[in-house]
Design a binder for this molecule. Structure first.
Ligand SMILES: [Zn+2]
Length: 145
């Protein structure tokens, strides 16, 4: 059997990569770099220990990522990806959007967090001291705009 054929057979039914694979690769690479930088910058015992810790993290993440790629348990890997998507990727995207919106509207609006439920409330800037009512939970609080 040709190598290509053998490879194809080996990979059949295995999970492969997804968005989590990409993130894990970056985390692993970053940990390797951090480890190297620490060991170069601090050749004492603390530096060696810290460097080793990041080295272990980098290897563990790389190992886990590789395990996922070749795994045959597609259901478990999809569940991991779904968890990653809803707990990390989606909140990160929301935060990015919120930061962008705030930056675009920084001259015309101020943003406050409701002290009761944490909802972000947007109010026009330059209205002095105003009473804000949270649209989500109805809590009232006073802020300077
Ligand atoms: Zn609220």
């Amino acid at each position: 059997m040709k190598f290509k054929e053998r490879m194809k057979r080996f990979l059949t039914g295995r999970y492969g990569g997804d968005g989590l694979t990409t993130v894990l690769s970056f985390v692993s690479l970053a940990s390797f770099i951090i480890s190297a930088v620490i060991r170069a910058a601090a050749p004492d015992t603390v530096g060696k220990v810290l460097g080793a810790v990041f080295w272990i993290i980098a290897l563990a993440v790389l190992g886990y990522s590789t395990f996922r790629i070749f795994s045959r348990d597609l259901t478990a890997r999809r569940a991991e990806y779904e968890w990653y998507r809803s707990h990390i990727a989606a909140p990160a995207a929301r935060l990015r959007n919120e930061t962008k919106t705030r930056f675009r509207q920084r001259r015309t609006h101020r943003f406050f967090k409701c002290p009761k439920c944490g909802q972000t409330v947007r109010v026009p800037k330059g209205k002095g001291r105003i009473r804000i009512t949270c649209p989500k939970c109805g809590e009232s609080f006073t802020k300077n705009t």
